[in-house]
Design a protein around this ligand. Structure first.
Ligand SMILES: Nc1ncnc2c1ncn2[C@@H]1O[C@H](COP(=O)(O)OP(=O)(O)O)[C@@H](O)[C@H]1O
Ligand SMILES: [Mg+2]
Length: 293
C-alpha cells in the first residue's frame, strides 16, 4: 500500500517523522510539496500530477497543508476525493480549521464551550465588546499560528490602538474573552477518534501564550474525562481524523480555544514519551486497508 504526504516545500520535524515511521508499514511513501503539484482539466477528465507522477495512484493520503496553500490544497483534496480517496482531513475541514473564527463558531453551535468571541472589520462596530469584556482582552489574527498573531490588551485604550492598526491593514478584527488562568493550556492529540497523546503547556515567565515554540514548557498530563470528551467531539464536528485540540481552564470550566489541523508534535513526543508519528501512520495504514476493502 502506497502513502502520499502532501505538505509545504520545506519539511518540518513532523513531516520527517511521519515519513520515517511510514517506511516501516507502507510499501512506498512519497512526499509531495504542494507548490509543485499541477492540476489539469482535460477532455472529460482531470489530472493531478507532480513531476510526471500521478497523484491519483496513491491509496492513502495524509494532508499537511499549510495556511498559505489552503485554497489550492482544498482543490487538490476535492479532486482526490472525487477520485475515490478517503481523506483524514476533508477539503471543507481544511478551510474551516485554518480559520479560527469559523472553527469556534461551529464548535459552539454543537454545544462545545468556547470563549466569547467577536469579529468585525471596523473597530467602531465592536464598541459594545470593548465595554462588555473584562481586561485584559485577547485579539487574534484569524490565520495566526504558533502564538504569533495573539495579542493582549490591558485597557480599552490599548485595544483600540491595536484594532485601528488591524483595520488599517484590512485584517478582520477578532476579539476574544480572556480566559483567566496562570498561562496554561492542555493539548490533546487525536488520531482516529482516540486521544493518543496529551500534555499540559505552561507559558514561560512573563508570557501569556503557552506555545512551545515561544518558550512554553510541555509537561506530561493525563486529561480528564471531560477534556477527552470535548476534544473528541471537536475533532468529530470539524471532520478531522488527525488533529490537535487546545483546551484552557477558566473560572467557568474548560473551553476549547483552538483546533490545529497541522498540529506539531515534537514537544508532545518529548513531554509525553509517545510515538505520535507512529500512531498516525498505523491509523492511516488501518484506514487504507478498510477504505480499499
Ligand atoms: N482567550 C484566551 N485567553 C487567554 N489566553 C489565551 C486565549 N487564547 C489564546 N491564549 C493563549 O495564547 C496561546 C496561543 O493561542 P492560539 O489561539 O492557540 O493561537 P496559535 O494558533 O497561535 O497557537 C494559547 O496556547 C494560550 O496560551
Ligand atoms: Mg494554539
Amino acid at each position: 500500500m502506497k502513502l502520499a504526504i502532501l505538505g509545504p516545500l520545506s519539511r518540518s520535524y513532523e513531516e520527517i517523522r511521519v515519513i520515517e515511521e511510514a517506511a516501516k508499514v507502507f510499501s512506498s511513501t512519497s512526499y509531495f510539496a504542494i507548490p509543485q503539484i499541477n492540476v489539469e482539466i482535460r477532455k472529460g477528465n482531470f489530472a493531478l500530477t507532480y513531476k510526471n507522477k500521478d497523484l491519483m495512484n496513491y491509496e492513502v493520503i495524509y494532508p499537511r497543508i499549510p495556511r498559505t496553500y489552503k485554497k489550492f490544497g482544498a482543490t487538490i483534496l476535492s479532486l482526490l476525493q472525487q477520485g475515490g480517496a478517503q481523506l483524514p482531513i476533508t477539503p471543507e475541514s481544511l478551510v474551516l480549521s485554518h480559520n479560527k473564527f469559523l472553527t469556534l463558531l461551529l464548535l459552539q453551535e454543537r454545544d462545545i464551550p468556547v470563549p466569547e468571541t467577536y469579529m468585525a472589520v471596523k473597530r467602531e462596530t465592536l464598541e459594545h465588546a470593548l465595554e462588555k469584556l473584562d481586561y485584559p482582552l485577547v485579539m487574534k489574527l484569524i490565520y495566526g499560528s504558533k502564538g504569533a498573531g495573539v495579542m493582549f490588551a490591558d485597557s480599552k485604550q490599548s485595544a483600540v490602538s491595536v484594532m485601528d492598526a488591524l483595520e488599517r491593514f484590512n485584517e478582520p478584527i477578532f476579539v476574544e474573552e480572556f480566559i483567566k488562568n496562570k498561562g496554561e493550556d492542555v493539548r490533546l492529540y487525536i488520531v482516529g477518534g482516540r486521544v493518543i497523546s496529551s500534555m499540559k503547556r505552561v507559558a514561560k515567565e512573563g508570557e501569556m501564550r503557552s506555545n512551545i515554540g515561544i518558550g512554553g514548557v510541555g509537561e506530561k498530563y493525563e486529561p480528564t474525562h471531560e477534556e477527552k470528551r470535548m476534544a473528541l467531539k471537536s475533532a468529530k464536528v470539524l471532520e478531522m481524523d488527525i488533529c490537535g485540540i487546545d483546551i484552557m481552564h477558566g473560572p467557568n470550566g474548560p473551553v476549547v480555544i483552538e483546533a490545529n489541523v497541522n498540529a506539531q508534535f515534537q514537544g508532545l513526543e518529548k513531554a509525553d514519551s509517545k510515538n505520535v508519528a507512529g500512531e498516525i501512520v498505523k491509523y492511516l495504514r488501518r484506514q487504507g486497508a478498510f477504505w480499499r476493502s
